[in-house]
Structures are given as structure tokens and as C-alpha cells.
Design a protein around this ligand. Structure first.
Ligand SMILES: Cc1cc2nc3c(=O)[nH]c(=O)nc-3n(C[C@H](O)[C@H](O)[C@H](O)COP(=O)(O)O)c2cc1C
Length: 201
């Protein structure tokens, strides 16, 4: 099982990272004895990723004009079975660093729909989970994360990955996920669901 985990918070070791790592750790408990798990865990803090500049070059030549850490990510998207994408909720959307990764997937979009020479194996089955945390309590705003949904839907489509679901936790400025057993249990539940679905593919 190849797992790609992207940590989209500019700050390390906090809420969204803790949840993402809990899913990764729990996935390890669900793989069968004869199987191995390979984890590529990447933080935006260590990645150099330029934002898309809409130069349109990807509509003429396969790939992106920028040679930066997206080169690794394009390959990692292709090669992964499970993709965990996490971000804190910033202004009802993703962190700028996480969004930059998503926008750079325009090169994949162009390769498929303009150049008809895909950068990604469209037949490979991949499973995606979005993990996000927010300061506001979801009891006060049940629609808190709604702004992220169409973004993540398009992102997972662009990388030909089944968008299995979301792990959302609010109120993290009051109750950190590290002190929230329910949130950590949800991470474990998602690992079980993903591992179960992985066995079917
Ligand atoms: C720039 C910025 C924008 C934010 N916007 C929101 C928001 O729109 N809604 C919300 O509930 N919390 C918002 N927050 C709070 C963060 O979502 C919360 O602290 C975050 O989930 C922490 O994630 P992390 O610990 O993984 O970095 C914002 C925080 C920052 C720094």
C-alpha cells in the first residue's frame, strides 16, 4: 500500500498534522501481514511550490514550466493508492500553500483534456481523504467546511482519485485535536474505512 500524506498547514505538529498522522498510523494496523506500507509524508513547510501563473504552457507542452517540488508530487499522485490531503481552514478555504499544490494540478488537467496525453494513469485506482480543522465550532456553523468541498472534489478528479470523504474537526483553537479523543477516534475510523476500500481495489 502506497500512502501519500500532504500536510497543508504552514505550522508543524498541530491539529491537521496530528489527525493526518493518526490516520497514517492507524492504516498500519489494518494492512495484512503479507503486505507492506510505504508512506510519503510531506509538509508544505518543506516544499518549494510556486503558485500557478496561468502561463498556459501546459496546454502546449506536457508538464509544468516550473521545476520545483511539484515534480515529485506529480509522480507521487500517480504512484499512490491512498492520498491524504490535509489543510487548516483559512477564510473558509484551504491554506495558500495547500491551494498552490491544487492549482498546479492544472498541468494534469491540460495533459488530459487539451493535449490528450495524460500525466497520470487514469485507470489506476486511488482513494482520497480530505482532512481539515477549523477554529469555529461545527455546532455553531454546520456548513463551516462547505467552501472546501468543490475545491477538493475538482482536485481529486484532476488526479483521478476517488474522493472517499472528509475528516473535519472544528473548535480546535479551544480544544486541540490532541486533547480530543473523539477526533482521534474519527481518524482511526477513516483509516479502517480506507483500508477496507483498498482491499476491494
Ligand atoms: C489565516 C487564517 C485564517 C483562518 N480562517 C478561519 C476560518 O475561516 N474559519 C475558522 O473556523 N477558522 C479559521 N482559522 C483558524 C484555523 O482554521 C485553525 O487554527 C486551524 O484549523 C489550525 O490548524 P493547524 O493547527 O493544523 O495549523 C484561520 C486561521 C488563520 C491563521
Amino acid at each position: 500500500m502506497k500512502v501519500l500524506a500532504i500536510l497543508g498547514s504552514p505550522i508543524r505538529k498541530r491539529n491537521s498534522e496530528t489527525l493526518t498522522k493518526k490516520v497514517v498510523e492507524s492504516l498500519k494496523n489494518h494492512i495484512s501481514k503479507d503486505e507492506t506500507i510505504e508512506v510519503d509524508l510531506l509538509s508544505v513547510q518543506n516544499l518549494k511550490i510556486s503558485p500557478c501563473v496561468a502561463c498556459d504552457r501546459c496546454t502546449r507542452i506536457k508538464g509544468c514550466v516550473f521545476q520545483d517540488d511539484m515534480t515529485h508530487l506529480y509522480k507521487a499522485f500517480n504512484d499512490s493508492d491512498i492520498i491524504l490531503f490535509s489543510s487548516p481552514l483559512y477564510f473558509n478555504s484551504l491554506s495558500a500553500q495547500a491551494k498552490a499544490i491544487i492549482d498546479r494540478c492544472q498541468a494534469i488537467f491540460s495533459s488530459k483534456y487539451v493535449l490528450k496525453d495524460p500525466m497520470i494513469d487514469r485507470d489506476r485506482k486511488r482513494l482520497g481523504l480530505f482532512i481539515s480543522t477549523a477554529g469555529v465550532d461545527m455546532n455553531d456553523d454546520p456548513e463551516l467546511f462547505n467552501g472546501t468541498l468543490p475545491v477538493m472534489d475538482l482536485f481529486f478528479r484532476s488526479i483521478n482519485t476517488e474522493y472517499v470523504g472528509n475528516l473535519f474537526v472544528g473548535n480546535v483553537d479551544q480544544v486541540k485535536v490532541m486533547d480530543n479523543p473523539e477526533a482521534l477516534d474519527s481518524a482511526k475510523d477513516w483509516a479502517r474505512i480506507l483500508a477496507g476500500k483498498y482491499k476491494e481495489i
